[in-house]
Design a protein around this ligand. Structure first.
Ligand code: KE4
Length: 406
C-alpha cells in the first residue's frame, strides 16, 4: 500500500475526513489524497517520492513558487529571534506600509491570521459603522467560512439567504441577500429596496471559487457607482486577487477602488495571514480606537509578516508581473491550440496567472453557467493528470495558479 493511503487511513482516525480543510480530501474527484512532504519551485513531492508539477500552489499564496530561497532564509532568521511576542513589532509597520503602497484605497490596515478572519472582521466593521444589519453577496463567491457568508441565494435571485452549512442560525442567514455575479440590474433592484438596511456589498471582484469568472466589461465600475449612489460600503474580497492579478489586485487591474479590502494568501507568502483595510474614517472604528471589537493572539505574527515582507519585495521587482503574464499566456496559447485542434467541449477562463478549465461549452460568466460543467469528466481529467505527475485543483470549481517558478 502506498504511504499516502496508509497516512490517509491513520489521519481519518484522528481528523474529520482526514484533512484540516475539506477540499483537500479529494471528495469532488474521488480517490485518495496525496500526502505531500516537500515543495520546491513549481514542484511538490508526495510521501511516496512521486513528483508533481503543481498548479494548486497551496491555493494561491505561492506566487513565487514553493520554498523561495529569500523567503525561507528570512523566515529562518526571524525564527531565531523567537516566534511570537504578543506585542507590536517592526515587521507589522513595514508590512502595513507595503500593503498601502499596493492599495491606494487602504489608508489603514489590520493584520489577522486568515482570509476568513479578515472577511469576518470587515463585515463586523461595516455593520458597526453603519448600524445596519443586512449584507449582500454573490452566488458562488466564497469568502471563507464566515457564518454570514456561508449562505446561498434563496428560491429567487435577491431573496434572503439560506444557510449553505449546518450550524448557522436562520435568523443570521436571513440577513444575507445573495445575488448573481455580473448582474447589476438585480444589484440595483436590491439596493433600491433595501439600501437603508444594507451594511455592505461584498464580492470577489474576480471570483476564483466557482473556478475563475471574469467581470463583464463595466461590471465593477457599475458596482462602484451603485454602491456609492445608495451609500452602501463596497468590500472587495481580494484574498485571491490581491498581489496576484496585479500588485494592487483587481483594484489596480480594473481601476475601481473599494471602501474596504480583504487580503490573505500571497500577503503571507505561505504562512498564516489575512488583512483588512480601508479609509481611516472606517478603520478607526476598530478597537482600541473605536467600538468595533476585533483581536487575535498571533495577528501580525513575526514569521508570517517577515514571510510576507520578503514575498512582496520580490513582487515589486521590475517586470515581475509582465514576466508572469508572458509565461502564463504562452501556456494558455498551448491549451487553446489543443482545445481548437480537438474541438474539445471545454472553456478556458483565465486572468493573469489564474486559470480554470471548465468542462462545458462557454461562455462561463456566473455560478449558473459554471454549474453546467461536467464534474465527472473533470474528475477523470484530474486523475489522468495526477497519474502523469501534474497536480491541478481537485475540484472543477477552483482556480489553478501559475507561479514565477513555472
Ligand atoms: P482562508 O480563511 O482559507 O485563509 O481564506 C478564506 C478565503 C477568503 N476569500 C477568498 C476569495 C478565498 O478564496 C478564500 C479561501 N480560498 C480557498 C480556496 N478556494 C482556500 C482553500 C481551502 O478552503 O482549503
Amino acid at each position: 500500500m502506498k504511504r499516502s493511503e496508509q497516512l490517509f487511513r491513520e489521519a481519518r482516525k484522528h481528523i474529520p475526513g482526514g484533512v484540516n480543510s475539506p477540499v483537500r480530501a479529494f471528495k469532488a474527484v474521488g480517490g485518495v489524497p496525496k500526502f505531500i512532504r516537500k515543495g520546491k519551485g513549481a514542484y511538490i513531492w508526495d510521501v511516496d517520492g512521486k513528483r508533481y508539477l503543481d498548479f494548486v500552489m497551496s491555493w494561491g499564496p505561492l506566487v513565487l513558487g514553493h520554498a523561495h530561497p529569500n523567503v525561507i532564509r528570512a523566515v529562518a532568521d526571524q525564527a531565531k529571534n523567537g516566534t511570537s511576542f504578543g506585542t507590536p513589532t517592526e515587521n507589522e509597520v513595514e508590512l502595513a506600509e507595503l500593503v498601502k503602497s499596493a492599495f491606494p484605497s487602504i489608508e489603514k490596515v489590520r493584520l489577522v491570521s486568515s482570509g476568513t478572519e479578515a472577511v469576518m472582521s470587515a463585515i463586523r466593521l461595516a455593520r458597526g459603522v453603519t448600524g445596519r444589519e443586512k449584507i449582500v453577496k454573490c452566488d458562488g463567491c466564497y469568502h471563507g467560512h464566515v457564518d454570514s457568508l456561508l449562505v446561498q441565494a434563496g428560491s429567487g435571485a435577491a431573496t434572503f439567504g439560506i444557510a449553505s452549512s449546518k450550524g448557522i442560525p436562520e435568523a443570521l442567514a436571513k440577513l444575507t441577500i445573495s445575488i448573481p455575479y455580473n448582474d447589476t440590474d438585480i444589484l440595483e433592484g436590491v439596493l433600491k429596496r433595501h439600501a437603508r438596511e444594507i451594511a455592505c456589498f461584498i464580492l470577489e471582484p474576480v471570483p476564483a471559487n466557482m473556478g475563475v469568472i471574469l467581470p463583464k466589461r463595466g461590471y465593477l465600475e457599475k458596482v462602484r457607482t451603485l454602491t456609492r449612489k445608495y451609500d452602501v460600503i463596497l468590500i472587495f474580497d481580494e484574498v485571491v486577487t490581491g498581489f496576484r492579478i496585479a500588485f494592487g489586485g483587481a483594484q489596480e487591474k480594473f481601476g475601481v477602488e473599494a471602501d474596504l479590502t480583504c487580503l490573505g494568501k500571497i500577503l503571507g507568502g505561505g504562512l498564516p495571514i489575512g488583512a483588512f483595510g480601508g479609509r481611516k474614517e472606517l478603520m478607526d472604528h476598530l478597537a482600541p480606537e473605536g467600538k468595533v471589537y476585533q483581536a487575535g493572539t498571533l495577528s501580525g505574527n513575526p514569521l508570517a509578516t517577515r514571510s510576507g515582507i520578503e514575498t512582496l519585495k520580490q513582487l515589486r521587482n521590475k517586470n515581475f508581473y509582465q514576466e508572469l503574464e508572458r509565461k502564463s499566456c504562452a501556456f494558455y496559447e498551448l491549451l487553446d491550440s489543443q482545445i481548437e485542434k480537438y474541438s474539445l467541449p471545454v472553456t478556458l477562463n483565465r486572468i493573469g496567472s489564474c486559470f480554470t478549465l471548465f468542462f462545458t461549452e462557454g461562455p462561463v460568466t456566473d455560478f449558473r453557467s459554471a454549474k453546467r460543467a461536467d464534474t465527472k469528466r473533470y474528475a477523470r481529467f484530474f486523475h489522468r493528470l495526477l497519474a502523469s505527475g501534474i497536480y491541478v485543483a481537485p475540484s472543477q470549481f477552483e482556480t489553478n495558479f501559475i507561479s514565477e517558478a513555472h
